[in-house]
Design a protein around this ligand. Structure first.
Ligand SMILES: C[S@@+](CC[C@H](N)C(=O)[O-])C[C@H]1O[C@@H](n2cnc3c(N)ncnc32)[C@H](O)[C@@H]1O
Length: 228
């Protein structure tokens, strides 16, 4: 793929990506950063559910000035420390639903909000959109499992909180959390209520589909939310 953001050099930082996973991440990157490139140059970027910081790292490689990652698990953020060391990056550790209102109350703003691999690990999608909107972004990117339905619904599920990619526990010792997959229709309806237009990225045009089955099968989508 031309203009790949990620390469196998990422493994120098202690990760174990193979060519197939690299293909997935570069295909995601191509769509996640498919907005006007001028918006990322010098931008302040919020990365929600940042995990090891890959997407903040990618944002810096594309010219972002500053990234802030919110991550509920300190051990995940710690793993990303070396990767992010050369860049202007802060990790805020805790529940995004607790941290984001504080950022808004402080008057903090972000040009770009990355909500990647996160929107299906929560149950309050509308509340999360409200919290993102309060930070006055020029673009919000959602990349998530999303149900392929026009009908505006959220399908609730139960998720193991001890899996490091999943929802964090709401109370100490909680083993499962209720989370939900919003539908395409739900995302569009909720976005419209905050005056956002939704542009869905095309996942049907892949030359190499390795590790991208969930996107090809329309279980997972990427969309950009912008205001006029
Ligand atoms: C599936 S991973 C996504 C990682 C990365 N953004 C990506 O797209 O590859 C979800 C991340 O969100 C974090 N997380 C889950 N619920 C959270 C919450 N309420 N607040 C902050 N982080 C949370 C998890 O610890 C995990 O690192």
């Amino acid at each position: 793929m031309k203009n790949d953001v990620f390469s196998l050099e990422i493994n120098d930082f202690g990760f174990f990506w193979n060519e197939q996973y690299l293909n997935r991440m570069n295909n995601r990157a191509q769509r996640i950063f498919s907005f006007d490139p001028a918006l990322i140059k010098g931008a302040r970027v919020l990365d929600i559910g940042a995990r090891f910081g890959f997407w903040s790292w990618a944002a810096h490689r594309l010219g972002a000035a500053e990234t802030v990652g919110i991550e509920g698990r300190k051990e995940s953020a710690d793993r990303g420390g070396k990767l992010m060391a050369p860049y202007q990056h802060d990790y805020l550790i805790g529940n995004a639903f607790d941290i984001m209102p504080k950022l808004a109350a402080e008057g903090q703003r972000f040009d770009v909000i990355l909500n990647l691999g996160f929107y299906y690990h929560i149950y309050d999608h509308y509340g999360m959109l409200k919290l993102m909107d309060a930070l006055k972004p020029r673009v919000i990117v959602i990349d998530s499992e999303i149900d392929d339905l026009d009908e505006p619904v959220v399908r609730l599920r139960k998720e193991k909180t001890w899996e490091p990619n999943n929802a964090i526990a709401e109370v100490e010792g909680q083993q499962y959390s209720a989370v939900g997959n919003a539908s395409r229709g739900a995302i569009e309806m909720m976005a419209e209520c905050f005056d956002y237009k939704v542009a869905w990225c095309d996942w049907s045009n892949l030359t190499n589909t390795e590790e991208c089955d969930d996107y090809v099968n329309r279980q997972r989508f990427t969309c950009l939310l912008t205001k006029d």
